[in-house]
Design a protein around this ligand. Structure first.
Ligand code: NAP
Length: 368
């Protein structure tokens, strides 16, 4: 199969190198804004790829929403398969892109968009075909996991570690999407849509990041044998979904607590097969490109148009049932409350009005 590759950055470059070892895949044309001197045609105009009937798969590795959306949607309309690592564009246009792939009889694959190098979305698709997935939960953002792991290991302050993560290339110059939980939330939306055959609106999911976690919070947790993690989770509730992204405290002995650095760990719960967990590199050129390559090989092997061919129905967020345990910290005082997620996040918003540094955490094991 012949590929049109868009972008030659961290993911595109690693994918290019991996493809050179494959006999069934050839990169015919690279879309690039400057000469790259690679062993294939180079184009600065996407039309050169779109209008080339010999190109079967478009691999999008430029990132962002525009022009990635225009390139992906026009490629699907032109009956070319699409593989992308871009969670932002798939999350924003999920329903439309899945529908376009099905209508045009081509595949849309985005395994690298959630979990980087972990075969998470492809595994969700596999399980969703044979079982009923009831819940998802995990560490889906490597930047925040790196910062929290180092805060735990070194009792360092958040701002110092954010600067360090930026110097090491683990965090973007503008870290907002990662540290405020938006990146994890987009990956959760992709996972939920696929696992629960739905269409969830990103903004409906309560999302609290790690920027208010202090060295004092880490020390407080350590004294109680607990470790901070940023968790994205969702569970089925009839036609709705209970879902949130929130700092969460785990006992030191749990697999989540022992997932350090930029690694990811994510689990699914299904009615018949029970719990399955997946861990590994959530980012990085080689791991991410490996998933992009696997998607291309699956397409070459005749994969279905999307991971799940079941119709996607709008899903709403309902956090109003099921009492959970929450920790609030305001003006240096820690309080534990038992309430629904809806009540807890509403109460937290009110607390933030008086103390902008206040923190909320989920205590999944109901301890304290
Ligand atoms: N890096 C990771 O570990 C990772 C993990 C999971 C998913 N992803 C996703 O993978 C995608 C790519 O990420 P990346 O880290 O590889 O980004 P990157 O290193 O910034 O590379 C992006 C590449 O796309 C090119 N580009 C951007 N806009 C373009 C346009 N309009 N036309 C042609 N080329 C364009 C850039 O060219 P210039 O060099 O000319 O700017 C650059 O070569 C993103 O959606 C990201 O979220 C990345």
């Amino acid at each position: 199969m012949q590929i049109g590759l868009l972008g030659y950055g961290t993911v595109g470059k690693a994918f290019f190198a991996l493809c050179e070892e494959q006999s069934s895949l050839t990169i015919k044309t690279l879309l690039t804004r400057r000469p790259r001197n690679v062993d294939c045609a180079e184009a600065s105009d996407f039309a050169d790829i779109l209008n080339d009937p010999s190109i079967d798969i478009v691999v999008e590795a430029i990132g962002g929403i525009h022009p990635a959306y225009e390139y992906i949607s026009s490629a699907l309309r032109a009956k070319k398969h699409v593989v992308t690592a871009n969670k932002a564009v798939v999350c924003a246009y999920y329903g439309e892109l899945v529908r376009l792939a099905a209508e045009n009889g081509v595949c849309l694959r985005c395994t690298a968009a959630a979990g980087g190098g972990i075969p998470w979305l492809s595994s969700l698709g596999r399980v969703a075909r044979m079982d009923r997935i009831t819940a998802l939960e995990g560490i889906l953002n490597g930047t925040t996991n790196y910062i929290l792991s180092e805060m735990t290991a070194r009792y360092a302050e958040y701002n110092d570690l954010l600067r360090e993560a930026q110097q090491l290339g683990y965090a973007e110059a503008d870290p907002t999407d990662d540290v405020e939980g938006y990146d994890a939330r987009r990956k959760l939306v992709l996972s939920v849509n696929l696992a629960f055959d739905g269409l969830l609106n990103e903004q409906d999911i309560p999302c609290v990041g790690i920027s208010r976690v202090t060295a004092g919070d880490v020390a407080w947790a350590r004294e109680r044998g607990l470790v901070w993690k940023l968790i994205a989770c969702a569970e089925r509730k009839g036609d709705a979904v209970g879902a949130f992204v929130c700092p969460t405290l785990f006992p030191v002995t749990t697999p989540e607590s022992q997932t350090n650095g930029s690694a990811n760990l994510v689990s699914l719960y299904a009615e018949r097969i029970g719990k399955q967990s997946f861990s590994g590199a959530g980012a990085g050129g080689w791991p991410t490109a490996s998933n992009v390559l696997t998607d291309c090989l699956e397409i070459a092997g005749g994969a279905p148009s999307f991971y799940s061919d079941r119709p996607a129905a709008p899903l709403s967020v309902d956090n109003g049932e099921g009492v959970k345990t929450w920790l609030f910290r305001s003006y240096g005082r820690y309080t534990v409350r038992e309430e629904t997620a809806a009540d807890a996040f509403e109460a937290y918003r009110a607390v933030l009005e008086v103390d902008p540094r206040a923190l909320i955490a989920h205590l999944p094991y109901g301890m304290l």
